[in-house]
Design a protein. Structure first.
Length: 94
């Protein structure tokens, strides 16, 4: 396998290990483009969860890719569609 064909083997990161409530808040904050990854990393640290800017960026990319797949065919990805709906409900209740 050449360097260009590098495969990612990690399927979860430090953000994925956060409690669901914190992760939902992070998802909502990621939707607000005025928040930088640095701001979010500082917020998480204040909440007691030291997560790097890079980890937040990788999580944001994975989340965005998942959202795009769901938007293309929500019936094919029911678990992701359910997670997106939980986030949507949480945002409107905040």
């Amino acid at each position: 396998m050449s360097k260009k064909e590098r495969r990612r083997t990690r399927i979860s990161g430090s953000v994925d290990k956060l409690p669901e409530g914190i992760r939902l808040q992070l998802d909502a904050k990621l939707m607000d483009t005025s928040n930088s990854y640095t701001d979010l990393a500082l917020w998480l640290k204040e909440e007691g969860y030291p997560v790097s800017r890079s980890a937040i960026g990788r999580y944001a990319i994975r989340s965005n890719q998942a959202a795009q797949r769901v938007a293309a065919d929500p019936a094919a990805h029911p678990a992701i569609a359910a997670a997106v709906e939980r986030i949507r409900i949480w945002i409107y209740q905040s």
